[in-house]
Design a protein around this ligand. Structure first.
Ligand SMILES: [Zn+2]
Ligand SMILES: [Zn+2]
Length: 316
């Protein structure tokens, strides 16, 4: 891009604009600070030459971003033994949307409505497994040796009594509690889903000034008045860094620092998935006038923009 030189507004026009703005806002104070006893108050008596004591040439870097508060993306399935279901805390939204500003919690949470019972794989949902009874070796019977004495001679005979096994009630099998599900038959499965945030897209101004005063106000005003304030637009910081001094016609270490802070913000936003940079990078002349009233009170005036379009602030 060719070198663009921006003409800063001159001291008189800044002071004029301030005077006219301030008298509408606060005439009493103007009269008190600049009036002459016994004389009719007139703005013409208030000149930059007389009341501006010093001027500093600074700069501001501005761009705007759009931030989206859309729900996070992606969900995840989790499984938990039935007996541990109370260890998880679940959330229920029932179709309601959530304002992200009020949500001081995780962006993805376990959803109550997603809970499902999944039959245990190991026992097929029975809670137990069949095993051969150890007492009867699966026969269902146990044998007891008895004695029978026969006749007068009491001939001793052994008789085998076969009775049902008491361990398995004669079935030969016993039911062992399933180790996998602990006998609860199923496990729980649920989803960790994004909190259903209302999608709001907000424009946010980002401003860095080499004089920190009014940084926030200037940023917000520029966001609304960007068309009324003239600056130089850059596509990237590399160009801005190379051209800043030539564009402004002056430079200082605070301007350098402001540029580097703005650049680091810009890089952050480029990486931020929820943010989108929606303007070019603007470089504005920022003029600080250090003034004293007729009564001797000190105040400052700041102008941001070029001689073709600037806005002002004051500590008056
Ligand atoms: Zn048995
Ligand atoms: Zn099981």
């Amino acid at each position: 891009m060719p070198d663009v030189y921006i003409k800063t507004p001159n001291l008189d026009s800044i002071f004029e604009k301030w005077k006219n703005q301030e008298v509408r806002r606060n005439k009493k104070k103007m009269e008190k600070e600049f009036g002459t006893k016994g004389a009719v108050f007139s703005l013409n008596q208030i000149s930059a030459a007389e009341f501006v004591k010093n001027t500093n040439k600074e700069a501001a870097i501005y761009f705007a971003i759009k931030k989206s508060t859309a729900p996070a993306k992606g969900s995840e399935i989790k499984a938990i033994p039935a007996s541990k279901i109370n260890r998880e805390v679940f959330y229920s939204f029932k179709g309601q949307k959530v304002n992200k500003e009020n949500w001081k919690d995780k962006e993805k949470v376990p959803i109550f409505e997603s809970i499902k019972q999944i039959p245990c794989d190991s026992c097929k949902g029975k809670g137990f497994t069949q095993q051969k009874c150890k007492s009867c070796k699966g026969t269902g019977k146990v044998q007891l040796k008895g004695t029978v004495l026969v006749g007068e001679n009491k001939e001793k005979k052994t008789h085998i009594f076969e009775i049902p096994c008491a361990e398995c009630y004669g079935t030969g099998n016993i039911q062992a509690r399933c180790r996998e599900c602990g006998g609860h038959k199923y496990n729980f499965q649920y989803e960790i889903r994004p909190v259903p945030f209302i999608t709001v897209v907000t424009g946010i101004p980002v401003l860095h000034a080499s004089t920190r005063k009014y940084e926030k106000e200037i940023g917000e005003d520029l966001h609304k008045l960007i068309k009324e304030v003239e600056g130089i637009k850059f596509k990237d910081f590399k160009t801005l860094e190379a051209k800043a001094e030539a564009s402004l016609g002056y430079f200082n270490k605070n301007i350098k620092k402001a540029i580097s802070l703005a650049k680091s913000d810009y890089t952050q936003f480029q990486k931020d998935k929820n943010a989108e940079i929606i303007t070019q990078i603007h470089l504005f002349p920022l003029i600080q006038l250090i003034c004293t009233t007729k009564r001797g009170s000190n105040f400052e005036i700041y102008s941001i923009g070029s001689q073709n379009g600037f806005i002002i602030y004051s500590t008056f």
